[in-house]
Design a protein around this ligand. Structure first.
Ligand code: HEC
Ligand code: HEC
Length: 387
């Protein structure tokens, strides 16, 4: 019966659509992506030629335009005039410039359009990468950098390149998921973040040639389905660390399920994740280990240097933060470890630490009013540095 499926599926889908498949707007040409192939809603393969990318982009811009306020429309017209008029972006280079523009436009686009288009952007990017990257004119790069300084034309498939970069720095590479080398250590009873989900701690101890540690932290919803699964590996010899998340690199979609299969080389990673893991994963080592919990698994997590993340230019580990001396009778928060420079995310973490885990074994105190705590001087100082 299996062979009937390819024939039946489009028919069933057409039936569900009231008998016919309405031709989608070009913005929605790409309906599916599997194993590097793109398909339209009738499962016809799509080839990403300049003309196809052009049509998809223009259609996305048009739909966003329609949903914009008069002021936004005026701004869009000005931007498009700039792009279409610039000599740096003549011919095919226009699609690269428009990609950069769409990238920034989507940040403020209405939610339903963001949801519809954002996952298609990396797929389009692959087309750009295929025929433009090696030949992009220096003048075009200058143009892109002038107007969209944060824009990066990220390569489509960096999975293997990221692994190579990590390996070159001595970072252990984790096994795919699931795998018998991932050892379950237990469940976190009081996670600091994503508290609505149940966090399980898995570790991987690499072979002797690449000393270090890997953690995977599947966070499951009430039905047992994994919603989030971050992976971090750190080298005990170089102090470099690598990051992966359960997001398909090809489609930008989160891979969920009770027992999903994750291939490390196909996951978004430090080179192309949108989320910056280092806003929270910073300090002496890459990990956020709560002593006395399953995270405290006796692995080789010590870094010989202030750890260095491998990732995009914005991924960093600033610090250590300079703490004031403490007066007689007061204790130091940096007696056992250093602390990194703070930001709003890390401040939330510090607050949870002071109220639940630090110093190990307690007594814990209130972040807002540490009162007579032996750590009050340092807690107040840290709080004063927090937004
Ligand atoms: C908002 C802060 C925050 C961000 C951003 C963040 N994490 Fe975490 N992460 C934590 C905290 C806190 C823990 C410890 C478990 C807990 O309390 O939830 C943790 C734990 C982990 C662990 C288990 C090992 C350890 O360090 O304790 C892994 C693996 C992990 N995160 C991966 C990632 C990856 C990959 C990213 C980026 C895609 C990321 N995290 C982004 C806060 C964060
Ligand atoms: C007696 C030693 C000691 C003192 C004092 C101490 N810590 Fe820690 N802290 C630890 C250890 C051990 C860890 C686990 C580090 C690891 O294994 O990577 C840790 C981890 C942390 C972490 C990351 C994980 C978590 O549970 O949040 C933060 C943040 C932190 N400490 C903040 C503080 C602050 C703030 C103070 C002062 C109130 C403090 N620490 C005082 C020993 C100490």
């Amino acid at each position: 019966m299996k062979f009937l499926l390819p024939v039946l599926l489009p028919i069933l889908m057409a039936l569900a659509n009231g008998g016919q498949t309405p031709p989608p707007i070009p913005a929605e040409y790409i309906a599916y992506a599997y194993h590097g192939q793109l398909f339209d809603r009738d499962f016809k393969p799509i080839e990403l030629t300049v003309d196809v990318i052009d049509a998809v982009q223009n259609s996305m811009i048009e739909e966003i335009y329609k949903a914009s306020t008069p002021l936004e429309k005026k701004q869009m017209e000005e931007w498009l005039a700039l792009i279409n008029g610039a000599k740096e972006v003549e011919g095919e280079y226009g699609v690269v410039a428009r990609h950069a523009y769409l990238d920034s436009l989507l940040w403020t686009a209405p939610g339903h359009l963001r949801e519809a288009y954002e996952w298609r952007m990396p797929l389009l990017r692959r087309g750009l990468w295929d025929f433009h990257l090696d030949s992009v004119h220096p003048q075009l790069w200058e143009f892109l950098r002038r107007y969209w300084p944060n824009f990066v034309l990220r390569p489509f498939s960096t999975g293997q390149q990221y692994i190579n970069a990590c390996e070159a720095e001595g970072v252990p590479i984790p096994p795919d998921w699931p795998h018998e080398d991932w050892v379950l250590r237990g469940t976190l009873t009081r996670p600091f973040i994503s508290t609505g989900l149940t966090a399980q701690v898995y570790t991987y101890s690499p072979p002797a040639e690449t000393p270090g540690a890997c953690y995977a932290l599947p966070r499951r919803d009430a039905s047992g389905s994994i919603q989030l699964l971050g992976i971090i590996c750190q080298s005990a010899t170089t102090g470099r660390a690598c990051f992966w998340d359960n997001i398909d690199e090809a489609t930008g979609r989160t891979i969920t399920g009770v027992n999903p299969s994750l291939v490390i080389a196909n996951l978004q990673n430090g080179f192309n994740l949108t989320e910056n893991c280092t806003v929270c994963h910073r300090g002496d080592n890459a990990f956020n280990i709560h002593p006395g919990t399953p995270l405290d698994a006796g692995l080789n997590t010590v870094s010989p240097v202030w750890y260095v993340p491998i990732g995009q230019a914005t991924w960093n580990n600033p610090g250590p933060i300079v703490m004031p001396d403490v007066p007689a009778g007061q204790r130091s928060c940096v007696a056992c470890h250093q602390l990194p420079e703070v930001n709003s995310s890390f401040c939330r973490l510090l607050r949870s630490a002071v109220e639940n885990t630090m110093p190990p074994g307690g007594p814990y105190t209130s972040w807002g009013s540490p009162g007579s705590s032996a750590y009050a001087t340092h807690i107040s100082f840290l709080r004063s540095r927090c937004p």
